[in-house]
Design a protein. Sequence first.
Length: 273
Amino acid sequence: MGKLEGKVAFITGAARGQGRSHAVRLAREGADIIALDWLTDLGTVDYPMARQSDMDETVRLVQATGRRIHPEQADVRDFPALSAAYRAGVAALGPVDIVLGNAAVCMLGTKEVDPVQSFNDMIGVNLVGVWNTVYVAAQDMVDRGAGGAIVLTSSTQGLSGRGGDANGGVHGYAAAKHGVVGLMRSFANWLSPHGIRVNTVHPTGVATPMVENEVIGRYLEENPQAASMAANLMPVGLVEPVDISNAILYLVSDDGRYVTGVTLPVDAGFTVK
């Protein structure tokens, strides 16, 4: 029996990257998955967003574990659409025990046309979208009275502003990821008395399409000082998505049953440099 047998997890940004890894890792421990992604490009981001084929692969990988998965498409900034997707997932799989606010975008290296729009898109997806994700599920979890666990994906940039420049998207990313910590602490104060634990994870660079793409690759080649600034303390470049998934599994399982309100770096020493 897995550590999450019989649980249902609601995961945003689940079509690829960290979200897919989390879905598969939790499914291997017995959880059924409500997998949500937008599957639409964002005008202020140069690299392509996830596609339907990516979500199809997440579905295939979760089903291969023997667990159920219900995919949905919605923009996390759109509360009514997100709520409808969540409700459809609950109708298909049952009440949610675990929420992972994972969906995010990054604009490092993007050829910025409108810094105001870039900043607002960063805040919209990476902060407002996280609030929406928790809020659509939290009251249901409280009313059910069965406890649960919520993990919000921040970043090393949620603990440090290192690497900022004039790009509004870069400012927005750091601001949003710091803001996610504030959301976590507020939600922890509200929900922990109901047995619902709330924490953040703070990855360094992770080997996903958000980081491994031509836009960011070109930026780092043209700005070697930025690559040096982003280097980890341990002799590793990018960590693997499963490294973050394993930390999340600890936080949402009974292994972390008394852990709430913490900021957990999975960063190969980045934040102590």
